[in-house]
Design a protein around this ligand. Structure first.
Ligand code: ZN
Length: 131
């Protein structure tokens, strides 16, 4: 007899060995997940987003300032690329913690954050007459 464990959230039958429900990714063994703490995962819905925007914005503006002295023409382009890479790494890491984030929504999130940060960064750069 294969013993099963029923998911408390979606009532799907899972193997007793499973740590997460294969249907809704709900943790089946509560004790197992608590030691997997990450400062970014404390509240992924609210604080996490704000931190990414602020960090990304600083990265983008600093990149622009530095690159403007080296190669003015490509400053925005290279900064944009660096920002995209930063967002990808951050969200990729976030995905490992919360598997409910699908690849499609990951891409959408990256683009959304990218646009917000670039828009804010451009306003900042123009406000300080750096461009
Ligand atoms: Zn479930």
């Amino acid at each position: 007899m294969v013993s099963t464990i029923i998911c408390p959230r979606c009532k799907t039958k899972n193997s007793k060995k499973a740590e997460f429900c294969y249907n809704c990714k709900n943790p089946l063994k509560p004790g197992k997940t608590s030691n997997k703490k990450n400062p970014l995962s404390l509240n992924p819905k609210s604080r996490f987003d704000f931190r990414i925007i602020v960090t990304g914005l600083i990265l983008f503006v600093l990149c622009n300032i530095v690159l403007l002295f080296i190669s003015g023409d490509y400053a925005m382009l290279i900064s944009g690329f660096a920002l995209m890479l930063f967002l990808y790494v951050i969200f990729k890491r976030f995905m490992e913690i919360d598997d409910s984030v699908t690849l499609k929504s990951l891409g959408f999130k990256i683009i959304l954050y990218y646009l917000v940060i670039v828009a804010l960064g451009a306003i900042l750069l123009l406000a300080f007459h750096l461009y």
